[in-house]
Write a protein of this length. Structure first.
Length: 359
C-alpha cells in the first residue's frame, strides 16, 4: 500500500481538501501507475475529481516524480480570487498599475518559474483570463499588468477541476482551445465511494494521526463501525472521513469507536443509498419520481420544455443553497461561472457589465 500526505496537513484542519491519499484499492493502484507514467513528462496535466478527493496531493506527487522536483511547487486556487484581482495574482503587476499598487509584484507564474504551477478550480477562471492563460502557455512568457515587457517563464502547468470542462465548453463558459491545451495528460481521480478498498486504511491512518494530536491512547474501530464506514456514500470524500474519525475519537469510550460515535450525514436524495461493493448509488424511488415528473411535462407538449426544465433546476438549486453561487455549482457539478450566467439569464441575478460585454 502506498501513502501520500500533504506537507502542511496540520495547518489544513479547517480546509475541505484531502490531506492524505492511500493506494490500496485496485482502482487506486491503477491510478498510481498512471500518475507515475505521466509524471516524468513535461506535458501539462489536468486532474479531474470531486472536492476532497486529493487533487492537490496528486499534483504534488506529479511534481515530486518529475525532473522539476527540486524547483518550486506553487498551488493556487482560481476560485479564491476576486475577479478584479485574478490577472494581478497570476501574472503580476507593476507599481501604479491600479489603485493600491504601491509596489511591483511578481505573479504566481513567476513564483513557480522552473517548477510546477498547480491551478485548482480552473473552471472558475473568467473567460478573459482564460484567453491570457492560453497565450502564456503558447508563448511561454508573461506580461505584468501595467507593463509591456514580456518575462520568459519555464513552468509546467497542472490544472484541476471538480466540474465537467467539456460541458462548460459546450455552454460557452470555457474556451475550447484552452481545454485541449490542458487536456494533454488527463488524470481522473475516483471519489472515495468508488474505491472502497481505501476507506478502512484511511480510517486507520486518521485514527493514529488524531490520537497522537489529542494525546490519546491508541484507539480502534469495532466491526460494526467498520461496516458503517464501508456503506456510507462519502459525498465529502477523504476530508469527510477524517472529520468523522476526529469526532468519533472525541466521544468514544474505552478507546473503541462504535457506530453511534460516527457522526455521518448522508446528503444524497431520500431513497438513494450507496452500495460499497458495486461502487454505485442504488434506490429506485428518486429516479422513478423524476421520470414521472418529466413524463407529466412531456404530456403538456410545451414548446420551450428544455428551457423550462433548465430554469427550474437552476432556480430551485440556487434557492436550496440559500443564494450561494459556489455551493449551487458544487451541488450541480458545474462551475460558478456557469451558475452565474444561468442565473443572470433567468433573472435571478442582475446582468453584470462583464457578462453583457461577453454576450
Amino acid at each position: 500500500m502506498s501513502l501520500l500526505t500533504h506537507p502542511n496537513a496540520r495547518e489544513l484542519t479547517k480546509s475541505v481538501r484531502a490531506t492524505v491519499l492511500v493506494f490500496k484499492d485496485p482502482r487506486s493502484q491503477e491510478l498510481l501507475n498512471r500518475i507515475e507514467r505521466l509524471a516524468p513528462s513535461e506535458a501539462n496535466a489536468l486532474i479531474i475529481g470531486e472536492t476532497g478527493t486529493g487533487k492537490e496531493l496528486v499534483a504534488r506527487h506529479i511534481h515530486h516524480l518529475s525532473r522539476r522536483c527540486k524547483e518550486p511547487f506553487v498551488a493556487v486556487n482560481c476560485g479564491a480570487f476576486p475577479e478584479s484581482l485574478v490577472e494581478s495574482e497570476l501574472f503580476g503587476h507593476e507599481k501604479g498599475a491600479f489603485t493600491g499598487a504601491t509596489n511591483s509584484k511578481a505573479g504566481w507564474f513567476e513564483a513557480a518559474n522552473g517548477g510546477t504551477l498547480f491551478l485548482d478550480e480552473i473552471g472558475d477562471l473568467p473567460l478573459n483570463m482564460q484567453v491570457k492563460l492560453l497565450r502564456v502557455l503558447q508563448e511561454r512568457e508573461v506580461v505584468r499588468l501595467g507593463s509591456r515587457t514580456p518575462i520568459p517563464i519555464n513552468v509546467r502547468l497542472v490544472a484541476a477541476t471538480n466540474v465537467n470542462l467539456a460541458d462548460a465548453v459546450v455552454a460557452g463558459h470555457f474556451r475550447e482551445d484552452l481545454f485541449y491545451r490542458l487536456h494533454v495528460a488527463t488524470i481522473r481521480l475516483p471519489p472515495l465511494r468508488e474505491r472502497p478498498g481505501d476507506i478502512l486504511p484511511l480510517a486507520e491512518f486518521f485514527l493514529e494521526e488524531h490520537c497522537q494530536r489529542l494525546g490519546y491512547n491508541r484507539a480502534s474501530l469495532s466491526v460494526e463501525a467498520e461496516r458503517k464506514l464501508l456503506t456510507h456514500s462519502w459525498p465529502g470524500n477523504i476530508r469527510e472521513l477524517e472529520n468523522a474519525i476526529h469526532h468519533a475519537l472525541l466521544v468514544c469510550r474505552n478507546q473503541q469507536v462504535q457506530p453511534n460515535d460516527l457522526h455521518l450525514v448522508d446528503m444524497r436524495p431520500a431513497g438513494v443509498r450507496h452500495d460499497a461493493h458495486q461502487g454505485v448509488l442504488a434506490g429506485p424511488a428518486a429516479p422513478v419520481d423524476l421520470e414521472a415528473a418529466l413524463t407529466a411535462l412531456f404530456e403538456q407538449n410545451r414548446p420551450d420544455l428544455y428551457e423550462h426544465i433548465e430554469e427550474t433546476v437552476f432556480r430551485t438549486a440556487y434557492r436550496f443553497c440559500h443564494g450561494n453561487q459556489l455551493q449551487t455549482g458544487r451541488l450541480l457539478g458545474i462551475s460558478r461561472n456557469i451558475v452565474r450566467a444561468r442565473l443572470e439569464k433567468i433573472g435571478e441575478l442582475e446582468v453584470s457589465p462583464r457578462s453583457a460585454r461577453i454576450a
